[in-house]
Design a protein around this ligand. Structure first.
Ligand SMILES: [Zn+2]
Ligand SMILES: [Zn+2]
Length: 171
């Protein structure tokens, strides 16, 4: 959604759905959207600074990193970003701004396109190691069965035990 800064008195609440078609799926994520990404954002303007805050909801499916089964994932993200005009920003201030609690971005002109920011928020929130559930037993390294649905009696090799421990540690 494109918002015009000149149309904001103080605060503007924008509700809508992200235009997913504009963002081709990246190859390094297995996320599949089941519903359009919805947002309800409060856009506030103080002088030249624009803040955008509010919930973004994602209904998607992903493959579990342990058992490889697709599972549904609902995420409710809280977006909170600030934008400053590109023209007024000294180069040196860039580093400082990044240490702020809010993420700071730039805009040019008097229009802000919300979708790329929402898209980025969603991409940043995708779990690195998605799990269908916390206690997912994964796939048996010996017989290849999904141990959540087909328990097997394969003895655990010491090395894979260590691997599992390492995995749960990394998660
Ligand atoms: Zn799983
Ligand atoms: Zn097995």
């Amino acid at each position: 959604m494109l918002i015009r800064l000149t149309e904001i008195e103080d605060i503007l609440v924008v509700k809508g759905e992200m235009d997913t078609q504009r963002f081709p799926r990246t190859d390094d994520t297995e996320l599949t959207l089941l519903k359009p990404v919805r947002y309800e954002l409060t856009v506030a303007k103080f002088d030249d600074t624009v803040s955008i805050e509010g919930p973004v909801t994602v209904e998607a499916s992903m493959a579990c990193s342990r058992c490889l089964e697709e599972y549904n994932l609902s995420m409710s993200l809280q977006m909170a970003i600030k934008l400053t005009p590109k023209s007024t920003l000294p180069e040196a201030a860039e580093m400082e701004l990044h240490n702020d609690d809010l993420d700071v971005y730039y805009y040019e002109g008097d229009e802000i396109d919300l979708d790329p920011f929402i898209y980025e928020e969603v991409m940043l929130s995708i779990p690195v190691r998605p799990l269908c559930r916390e206690e997912c037993k994964g796939i048996c390294p010996t017989c290849g069965r999904n141990r959540n649905t087909e328990p097997c009696d394969c003895p655990e090799a010491p090395s894979s035990l260590l691997g599992e421990k390492l995995k749960s540690f990394l998660n």
